[in-house]
Design a protein around this ligand. Structure first.
Ligand SMILES: [Zn+2]
Length: 188
């Protein structure tokens, strides 16, 4: 491999001729050719080496640059209050598994409060409440309902948990007897 130097010749991909042609080396950076002039068209350009071998940034770097230059779309989060805006909450019916609901309907649930129907699947309705979403049954009119009509809360954050029962007060009589047995009165 011949030593390349400024003024020497090298094969490079010419940006104008679109061909790998003889170029005159115009500048070098260390051992690498930086700039060349096409012997065919006289155009000066950065050294490209042979076709297929380029110093272009990798795809990952290109994608990263593209991401950095593209503003991300704002994530729009519709709050519960916004979802209920415009809904007639005052006249919302009380939830009953016997009633039939439709999407976008507002209702009052005795446990979860005001809820918005977001989906209807057969005899089930998905409801969004302020703190949770629930799947409830509906359209059970005429049929006896012998079980709770709502799913139990998945996380028990509301209300204090059952407090462990306080230990019963020690039986004083027992304590006295035990004490008298384990430590007899000192008589000497
Ligand atoms: Zn050229």
């Amino acid at each position: 491999m011949a030593t390349q130097k400024v003024g020497g010749e090298v094969d490079s991909l010419c940006t104008r001729c679109k061909l790998s042609l003889a170029h005159t080396i115009l500048a070098m950076v260390g051992p690498k050719i930086a700039r060349v002039r096409c012997n065919t068209c006289g155009g000066e350009h950065a050294f490209r080496g042979k076709a297929g071998v380029t110093d272009r940034p990798t795809k990952a770097a290109t994608a990263k640059a593209a991401r950095a230059g593209t503003p991300r779309a704002e994530k729009v989060v519709i709050s519960f209050d916004d979802q209920l805006a415009g809904k007639d909450i005052a006249s919302a019916p009380k939830y009953s598994p016997k009633d039939t609901y439709r999407v976008d309907q507002v209702l009052h649930h005795p446990t979860f409060g005001v809820g918005l129907v977001t989906a209807v699947r057969g005899d089930k309705v998905d409801l969004t409440f302020r703190s949770d979403t629930k799947t409830l049954v509906h359209g059970r009119g005429g049929e006896p309902v012998d079980r709770p009509a709502f799913n139990p809360p998945s996380n028990k954050r509301s209300g204090p948990a059952d407090k462990p029962m306080a230990d019963p007060p020690p039986d004083l009589d027992m304590d006295v007897e035990a004490a008298s047995e384990s430590s007899p009165p000192s008589g000497d």
